[in-house]
Design a binder for this molecule. Structure first.
Ligand code: SAH
Length: 457
């Protein structure tokens, strides 16, 4: 996704290619897009501070795997900061936010740093191939959260929680988030007073609007806005939705979510669609979707290349989300079986198979470990297993079951290097060796690294 309101950025990707002047937000058919600030969450969804915990409960409903910490404000506290030079702090809330641990480095330096860390972690285990970097390392986040609150003068503010506190750091835009989403959040904030919408006050329990969550389609430019409210009663909602759409006609759907739970579609179809690796995917608000679409295409392409499918294999897509990896692999495979715990995501995956005319894929809603151990107990097998667990990694139950099913290859996609290393050791006990690891930079300026590892016996 990416957007209008492009800002010029000087990128220097791992390939050394200058990308100066490239607009951010997607490649797309359309040039809508978005980006914005976010509530801060710890690496496993745990949050720092009291309110942080509340946020993470709500955020977790949207499956924020893989991208937990983040954020740089380009405009902090509703004040603007210019593009900035490499190696200098480009963000006014760099320290307080804590999301971009590598912002003091150049992009190339941070890639080297990530490479080094992965080599330290996996060096004795398997070769670590050169990290696949971004061509455009700014404004890549297709998903943005803003927490809403009040300043001392009772004016509504939006931003992120200051690390380890309950305090909201006002943020109007962020170097890594999509710019259109930033703009929409600022617009929403500016509309609150005239619509008499009070922001939720965690101390008193009064008020309505808690956060706003925005997600955009990289290729399609479709935009979902989720208004997270403290109560189902939203008095001015029709007029508010109408006015917001007038200001941002690029918004394709608006959903009200009550405290991270129930949802009402206020406008549009309630989900967005996006095109990734040539397939069209529907993504519901609470389904997981990788936050950096350009890099995700490279990640999935590498995963599928490593699987060396010939067209006949039975492929398992474990922790499959909306079915992306399995469906992209399906044309190179005999059949695909996907398993995923989140019901909304499974529903999306089933629809996504239909939408793309794919008839050799089935999806199941279950715990991946339980599902695999039942399959193994029934004597079923798979030729290739793709696994893409959350940052907490996989389980012994899952890995034991994979070993019983004896696939030729396991392709492990991970956003948690430490749990990856742990799980690779478990696989090694069963005779599955890691053959090669490919780090992919999905989370520029943050310390996070995505890695795809090929294992075989
Ligand atoms: N492969 C997908 C999703 C990866 S994110 C993609 O690339 O988009 C990890 C997924 O694992 C999330 O969708 C999450 O809901 C799911 N998940 C978490 N714990 C799980 C479990 N125990 N069993 C099955 N799925 C699980």
């Amino acid at each position: 996704m990416k957007e209008t309101g492009w800002k010029k950025t000087a990128g220097n990707g791992s390939d050394g290619k200058r990308t100066e002047g490239k607009k951010s937000f997607g490649r797309g058919e359309k040039t809508t897009g978005f980006s914005k600030n976010s509530a801060k969450v710890g690496v496993n969804g745990e949050k720092q501070g009291k309110s942080a915990r509340k946020v993470s409960e709500v955020e977790d409903k949207w499956g924020t795997h893989g991208d937990r910490k983040r954020n740089v404000g380009e405009k902090g506290g509703q004040k603007t900061v210019r593009g900035g030079q490499r190696g200098k702090t480009k963000c006014p809330i760099y320290r307080e936010c804590g999301g971009c641990q590598y912002l003091h480095l150049t992009y190339d330096q941070q890639l080297k740093e990530k490479q080094k860390r992965m080599e330290e972690l996996l060096g004795g285990v398997c070769p670590v191939r050169p990290i696949i970097g971004m061509e455009e390392p700014y404004h890549y986040r297709n998903k943005v959260h803003a927490v809403f609150g009040l300043d001392r003068k009772n004016n509504p503010i939006s931003g992120i929680y200051k690390e380890g506190t309950h305090r909201i750091l006002p943020v109007d835009s962020c170097l890594i988030e999509d710019q259109k989403a930033d703009e929409i959040i600022v617009t929403i904030r500016s509309m609150l007073r005239s619509f008499k919408i009070r922001v939720f006050d965690e101390d008193t329990g009064y008020g309505l609007l808690r956060h706003v969550f925005i997600r955009g389609g990289f290729t399609t430019g479709e935009i979902l806005v989720v208004l997270v409210t403290a109560s189902p009663v939203f008095p001015s909602k029709n007029n508010f939705v109408k006015a917001l759409r007038e200001k941002h006609p690029e918004i394709t759907t608006i959903v009200q979510n009550i405290n991270g739970d129930k949802e009402h579609v206020l406008y549009g179809k309630g989900y967005i669609e996006d095109v990734l690796c040539g397939l069209r995917f529907r993504i519901s608000s609470r389904s997981f979707y990788q936050i950096n679409s350009a890099q995700t295409e490279k990640l999935y392409a590498k995963a599928i290349e490593l699987a060396e499918l010939t067209g006949n294999e039975t492929v398992l897509d474990a922790y499959c989300g909306i079915g992306t990896i399995g469906l992209i692999a399906s044309k190179h495979a005999g059949k695909v079986i996907g398993v995923e715990l989140n019901q909304d995501a499974v529903r999306d995956a089933v629809q996504n198979a239909k939408k793309n005319g794919i008839t050799n894929a089935q999806f199941f809603c279950n715990d991946a470990g339980r599902f695999m151990s039942h399959m193994a107990a029934r004597g079923e097998s798979a030729d290739v297993v793709f696994m893409d667990p959350p940052r907490s990694g996989s389980t012994e139950e899952f890995i034991d079951a994979v070993a019983l099913m004896q696939p030729k290859r396991v392709v492990y996609i991970s956003c948690g290097p430490d749990t990856l290393a742990r799980d690779l050791r478990m696989f090694a006990k069963h005779g599955y060796k890691a053959k090669e690891a490919w780090p992919v930079d999905l989370f520029g300026w943050t310390e996070h690294v995505e890695t795809v590892v090929l294992l075989s016996q």
